[in-house]
Ligand binder design. Structure first.
Ligand SMILES: [Zn+2]
Length: 100
């Protein structure tokens, strides 16, 4: 279990598109998914998708993945989150990807 910073309430739940597809291959249900910023459940009325653009592997090499990963947060949380918190969420999302 990865430790979260004290301001990040839940680990991002990650989905992805295969390269070139227009529908997600893995598309986590919105119902039951927690916003990493506040820890509350997501709703369709208050939703923002955050793309995870690049992955840095254990050797420090950054690659553009064949899969396009994303996670979801509340739109209202995204608008008020500090850059540091948003970066932390990205780092945790990438950490989850690296261990899969
Ligand atoms: Zn939230």
């Amino acid at each position: 279990m990865m430790a979260l910073s004290e301001n990040l309430k839940a680990a991002p739940t990650i989905g992805y598109f295969e390269h070139g597809d227009d529908k997600p291959k893995v598309n986590p249900a919105i119902d039951g998914t927690l916003c990493p910023y506040c820890g509350d459940g997501l709703t369709r009325a208050n939703l923002r998708t955050v793309s995870v653009m690049a992955i840095t592997n254990a050797l420090g090499i950054t690659t553009t993945p064949q899969r396009c990963y994303f996670y979801r947060v509340h739109r209202t949380c995204a608008e008020t989150a500090s850059p540091a918190l948003a970066q932390k969420a990205d780092e945790i999302a990438m950490g989850i990807l690296q261990t899969n």
